[in-house]
Design a binder for this molecule. Structure first.
Ligand code: FEO
Length: 388
């Protein structure tokens, strides 16, 4: 696939993977992108997952014809992109590997490379000329690992953005929708590093970019301000959509009944968007994504061993790990003899910045009764105050 006259796509699609990075479901597969810049010197941008060595080599050979690559540029050492470095160097031993000091250190942790391997260690903002194409390396520590860098090709105005602007999903599916799986990917994988993403966006704002080539998902060629704005919202922890996520766990169905009733009432009272997640059964990463997407959330759980139900504890832990902040929260607790879930959840969330708590919460003692219905009415009134 041609990105520009000189830049070709040589990546692969994975439709067999069950869990990306050992935890994220990928029902539409995954793409490991790799690119080739054909110039007086030839540069290959990253390798692909270990299971796709042959397919990647085949793609490379098709593009290279009988030429040999001069540079292998490594933006990120996570194995979904770096696993074939040693295989590549075995096939093309005269190639110079180009990356930064941190990445070389990681490379030596992952591989026992021959001492004859040619290495070019670059500094932040250092440039490399391929002939017509001038490349500039911009360090982007922690977007997603500390060694990450991106490359700007000023000739074709292309940003090779590493994991940034990536998404779940193979590139050969029919689904053109970008936001949903890009958001789930961003929040799940890069969400903790908002400040570092902000820094990268700032650095990128001074560049004239016409094409973004990420390591996952489609190459972005049009309407780039749309994607950049999404990244700005996500990385600054601002809510993206006016609405409420109702996230619940339920043992015997009573807490679930309250959660579903709250969702129904919110819709009836004009809430523009209501999402619901059963934390024991639905995709946890999608629930986490929705918690960051909407501006309000209702957490509903049972008191369990004097604590909260395990899936709710896991969910809140995921939120805190990703610097959850700037949202409005409400609680529903259930407890037959000593309800304590609201207290536990509030305590856990103390470290989250700029959280507004609703004045109304709901306590269920085993099953929904008249007083529960009244409390739900009050809570949903409060959450929908702005919509009426
Ligand atoms: Fe796609 Fe952080 O690796």
């Amino acid at each position: 696939m041609e990105i520009t006259n000189d830049i070709k796509y040589v990546g692969v699609n994975d439709h067999k993977l069950d869990l990306f990075e050992g935890q994220f479901i990928v029902p539409e597969g995954m793409a490991y992108n790799s690119y080739c810049i054909l110039d007086e010197k030839i540069a290959i941008m990253d390798t692909v997952d270990i299971n796709f060595k042959d397919e990647w080599f085949h793609n490379l050979e098709n593009i290279l014809k009988n030429r040999k690559p001069d540079y292998l540029i490594i933006h990120h050492m996570e194995p979904d992109h770096s696993a074939n470095i040693a295989n590549f160097l075995e096939k093309y031993p005269d190639t110079t590997v180009v990356t930064n000091a941190k990445a070389f250190k990681m490379m030596d942790n992952f591989f026992e490379l021959d001492s004859k391997v040619k290495r070019l260690e670059v500094k932040n903002e250092e440039e490399l000329s391929l002939g017509k194409h001038k490349l500039k390396f911009i360090f982007a520590a922690n977007v997603h690992w500390p060694e990450v860098m991106v490359t700007y090709d000023s000739t074709d105005k292309v940003l090779f953005s590493a994991d940034g602007f990536g998404k779940f999903g193979a590139n050969d599916t029919d689904n053109d929708e970008w936001d949903c799986e890009a958001r789930r990917y961003y929040i799940g994988i890069v969400g903790k590093f908002g400040n570092q993403v902000q820094k990268l966006l700032k650095a990128a704002s001074s560049l004239d970019i016409e094409i973004i080539c990420p390591l996952h998902g489609p190459v972005l060629k049009e309407n780039l301000s749309y994607y950049i704005e999404k990244y700005d919202i996500w990385s600054s922890y601002r809510p993206e959509t006016e609405g409420v996520l109702v996230a619940y766990t339920s043992v015997y169905g009573n807490t679930k009944e309250a959660a579903l009733l709250i969702a129904k009432k919110l819709e009836e009272k004009g809430c523009p968007k209501v999402a619901i997640a059963d934390l024991a059964r639905d995709d946890m990463a999608e629930a986490v994504e929705d918690a960051f997407r909407y501006n309000k959330m209702v957490l509903c759980t049972t008191t369990y061993n004097g604590d909260i139900f395990p899936f709710m504890r896991e969910f809140i832990t995921h939120l805190l790990e990703r610097n959850f902040q700037n949202r409005t929260l409400a609680f529903v607790e259930n407890g037959s003899w000593g309800p304590a879930a609201i207290k536990v959840m509030k305590k856990m969330l103390e470290e989250a910045k700029n959280i507004t708590y609703t004045a109304n919460n709901v306590t269920i003692k085993s099953a929904l009764k008249k007083d529960t219905y009244q409390a739900i009415e009050k809570l949903t009134d409060e959450l929908c105050n702005d919509y009426r």
